[in-house]
Every structure is written in structure tokens, then in C-alpha cells.
Design a protein around this ligand. Sequence first.
Ligand code: DGJ
Length: 729
Amino acid sequence: MGIKFYENSRIFKLDTPKSTYMIGIVDEENFIGHIYYGRKVIDADLSYMMRLHGSSDVPTKNSRDRVTFMDSMPMEYPTHGVGDFRESCLSVKDHAGHSACSLSYISHRIYHGKQKLPGLPATFAREDECTTLELICEDKALQLQVTLVYNVFEKLDAITRSVKIYNSSKNPIYLTKVLSACLDMDNRDYDMITLYGLWSRERMINRRRITDGKQLISSLRGVSSHQEQPFMAILDKNADEDHGEVFALNLVYSGNFMAQAEITQFTMLRAVIGINPVDFCWKLDSEESFTSPEAVMVYSNEGIGGMTRTFHDLYRNHLIRGQYKDKKRPILINNWEATYFDFDTDKLLSIAREASKLGIEMLVMDDGWFGYRNDDNTSLGDWVVNESKIKGGLKHLVDEVNKLGMKFGIWFEPEMISPDSDLYRTHPDWAIQIPGRNPALARNQLVLDISRKEVRDAVYDSMYKILSEANIEYVKWDMNRPLTDIAGASLDSDTQGEFYHRYVLGLYEMQERLVSDFPHILLENCSSGGGRFDPGMLYYSPQIWSSDNTDAIDRLRIQEGTAMIYPLSAMGAHVADCPSHSNGRVTPFETRGYVSLAGTFGYELDITKIPEEDRNMIPKQVAMYHKYNDLVRTGDYYRIASYQMNHEYDCYEVVSKDKKEALVTYIQVSGRPNYRTRRIRLKGLKEDAIYRIEETGEELSGGALMYAGINIENMWGDYLGKLIHIVEI
Ligand code: DGJ
């Protein structure tokens, strides 16, 4: 059992294999104090960490200095308006218009397993995999019950948190801010890592010192966004890939969020994460509940790499669901970069015919098959097959593809509506817009108000019809613009602040329906590339399209940032055309294959037009995928060198869980003739085991491979790549 309650000291101790998290109930007023989070300790009481100096500093003994206490005590879930001037997690507006809130511990529950969060994605675990602590707290004046939930994983250094709020008063209470987690820590001169970006450059790694004041990352785009990830790692300033302490927060949510690190006046560090409070206001009527999204906390004392491997294990085993959870995915070919909107049945079948001969397993028909959509100006919402393009109908096309021995997948953008569409002409009010204002267009489209059930039902029904019409085994769910002009037609003036969150709940409901009604379908989420690559989406789709940037070299950076949190099995990655449609770069076909191998693997090019020698390489790449994908999907990921940092080469390794096999990918980004060889040191092997390097037949111990390393030779030229496969003998 990972959770212990010490009754005399009123301390809760949460233990994972290598970390301890400690909570204390303080003073007669029952404040919920944060005592410790860090490397595992055997002690039952570290309450000296709270610096309360006996009991003289607590409000019941020294009410004269209550504010000093409130503003310095390390809190588990700080509230607004009663003396803690640091960032709060909870603030309200009561029926009198007051915003203060204050929590006292009432009781607790400890149990095996983990409950679902209503309507929200969350990690899951069996009773023997996880223990839960629920701290039931109350604001007596407001008659508001707040339950802080902690789920402690038995075999992973991960604790997940969420918050349930229940209004037991007779009046509505407006929740103006509900964050999911707070971490009050001593400021030990930490750095922070966040992942920032933009379209086509998602999840760039940003490491910087945490300095005085507040360092905020957030999204107000209605999606988690290309620009910031709902993720923050706080790490020792000397921590690197393999050493040092790292404390990471990741929010299982796909909408507006905030994550913030703040150095407070007494040089403490407060980190918080949750739904962005900007434009958020939830009306909680009497006897109603609200549940926050789940925040994941990961601890590592093995540097960034240790954090990464914990996230990968947690998400692979306790977040991703469905029949493809632990399965190899079909190698797909997507027609987007091959044809854009200019395709018909014949064109798609010509691609499928060629692809099937080379071992590709699925054809995905991207944007442009419905309504009158021959460019991106029309028809979103009209999910009716355009038979002038898809001649003979969808079933005919799918049957023909199936006859070639291939599966068939299809693209949708269910949340959108084009002003030039039958749907808009019938239901203009279904588009999100503020009455009296012209809503802003992006890619010439508007967003459907999927917070409304009738809108969700109508869109879902039209998707359902298409998916039932033919043997469709994959869906790419795209979303190509942010939300603006927020107004909920079904919401009153005092509930407009619920819109963004209701939109996300609507999205989750639709995807839950899709995966329940069509459990055999492989769902891939996408948002203008990787604009909604977050743990919330992973709960519904085991893979997410990483970026519209398909250039192999730019992808190295995008995939490095993505793989810092998310498993390789989830990273949509394709071999694309050259010169790259993203940046004009020409890279060897072979290298493009190596880079895509680190993700789901597939193709995004006109296979009927690429050079003969590239086409001839495909069966070899297909074989390589089949040979290595089990290892890549399930193994431990180690970063050996980062092209983002060294600007010359990239190198990463996947080691099987039993450490009997490893695959190293090396990409020489800029050829340097003055280097005859480059030394690479492997990681994660058994020191005393002997491994054979498949390519050279050399036999070396794990120790030699890790500490002496191996030489990468004959890499004269830019953009060359190499795989090194080692197996224990
Ligand atoms: C954005 C996606 O990221 C692309 O892969 C493609 O599906 C286009 N949308 C289609 O409009």
C-alpha cells in the first residue's frame, strides 16, 4: 500500500518506488500543509520542513499574524482571498459576490485502485497497481466541500491528482478558478523545462532558470496548442539527461490551461497546473459537483531521461486504451502530401495498388472526399461523399482497397463548419459566434458549438453513417483552427464562462462514443499537425499526428520534444516527399525511414511518382518496421545526443525491458569531414552481459558499450543516418 496515515502526527505519507510525498494536517483549524516531495525517505514525519517552529506560528496560537502564516505556509491546495497572496488554486464568487475561500481538512478515505473522472480522460489502474487518498475538506462559510484526490502508482514514480468540488449550500457558487495541482517546494535554484512552438515546429525544448516572480505558460486557444504544452518540469540546475532530480507536471486536458512556476517572497517555489482561469467561470448550483482534469506528477532522480521513461510507461499502460494499446499499428500511406485536394477513386487506387505491392498495409484518404471540397474554403460539416471524386461511392473504393489486402482509413474534421456548406446554410447558429459580431475566420472556417448536445448528435450521426457504410478501420480526427468569438447559444449570461470547458467535455463525449461504437477503428488525433498533442487526447487515440512538418531533420527536434513526455508508439511519423513540402530540404529516403521508425511509421507521398530507387527501398523499410516496432513501441527510450543542443547530430536508443536488445538511431545532420569518427556511448544495458552488434558482428560487454562507447564511422555528408542493433548473446 503506497499510502500511510499516521494518526498521532496527522501526516499522510505517499510512497512510490523511489519518491515520497508527504502531507500534514496543521493546527486546530486543520490546514492542509505540504511537507515534502522528493527522493524516497523512510521517515514518517518531516513536518519540520513546514518551518512552523513548534506551534507558536499557527493562527490559533498567534492570530495577530495570521496573514504571515497564510502567506508562507506550504499548502497542498491554496485558496484565494484569505491571506495567501501566492498563486491560488481555487477561487469563487458566492451569492453575495465575495471571492474568499478557505479549506479545512474534515476526513479522508484511502482505498485500492482509482476511480474514473466523470466525462474526463484520466489514467486508470487496477486495485493492485494504485492506491488512492481522498482528503475531504470544507469551507464552512461557503458550505463548499472540496475533495483532493491523490492516486499513488505502486510501480511507477507517478502520482496523479484531481479535485472534486461539491456545493452543499442552498445558493449557487461560481467557481472562478479550479486548478488541479499545486507543488510548494523550497527554492533550490531550479531550472524549468517547457515545450513551446508554433505550427510546424511543435514542442521545442525550452530550458531556463526559474527566476523571481511568475513564469507562466498557458493556452487560451481552446486547444492545448502548438504554442505551449500543458507540461512543466522543475529540475535541479545541474540535472541532465541521466542525473539529478526532476519534478514534472502534465495536465490530462485538451483545452485552455495554465502552468506556472513562481518564486515567492520567502524564496519558496510554488508550481501550479490546471484549467486556465481566464474566461472560466463555472456555476455550481446547490448539490452539484465539478471535477477538475487530472494532473500527473512524475518524480525522477535519474534526470530527464528517468522522467521520460516514467511518463512513457504510465501513458502506455495506464492511459492509452483500445485494441491497439499494445499492438503494432498498420503501416499506412496517407494521400495528403501526395495529392492534397486533387484526387479521385482512380488516383487513390493507383496509390493503393503500388503501396500494397511494397508491403504498405493501409490507405488513408485525407481531406477533400466530401461535399464540394476541392480546396480548403468549403464543405466542412457536409460529411457526404463527393461521388464526382469518389466515383462508384465509398464502399466501392474501400472494397477495392481491401481486395488489395489493405485496410482503409478516412479523415474527418468533425468540430468545424465552413460558411460555404449545406450545414451552415441550414444551421448558421451552430457556429460559435457572438450575436452582433462577425466571427473571425481561420482557414476560412468556423467552429461548431459542440458544447450543445444537438450539434454533437447531428455531427456524430453523419460520421456514424459514413463509418457504417464501408469497412473503415482508421479515422484521422483533425482540428484546424483555434476557438475565438466565444459565446454559447445555449448558455445564460451567468454561465458563458463555462463555454470553453463544456466544449472540451463535448469533444471528449464525441470521441468516447466513437471508440465505443467502433472499437475496431484505430483513431489518430490531429490538429493542424500537433496542435492538440496532449494526454487528454491519448486517452481516446493511441496515436496523434505530431506535426505538419514532415521534413526528417526538422522532425528530429519535434520528435525529441514530443518523446520527452509521450511514448514513441503515440508519435505519428511518416516518410514524406522530397524536396520537403515543409521547408524544401532534400534528405535521403533512407534517413527519412530511420526518423519515422521512431514513431508510428507510414508514408505521405505519391508512391507512383517518387524515384524508382526510393520506391525500391520501401520493402526494406517495411521489413525494418516489422523487425523493430515491438522494441520501439514497448522499450525504454534513452536520449544519447540532441541535435537541438549540438546542431550536428542526433542520437537516441530504445532498450527492451529485459535489456537483451537495443536499437540505436544515429542521424548526422551536418557532415563534418574533420571528424573521422564520432564516439557514442550507449545507455541502459546490462554491464556484464555480452552483446553482438548486428551490423558488424562485434561482440562487446554492456559496460564497454556504455562506458567506452562505439564509433560511428563513414558518415561523410549531411543528413545521413544509421541504425545500430545490438542483441545479447
Ligand atoms: C492538417 C493536418 O495536419 C494534415 O495532415 C492534413 O490532414 C490537413 N489538415 C488536411 O486539411
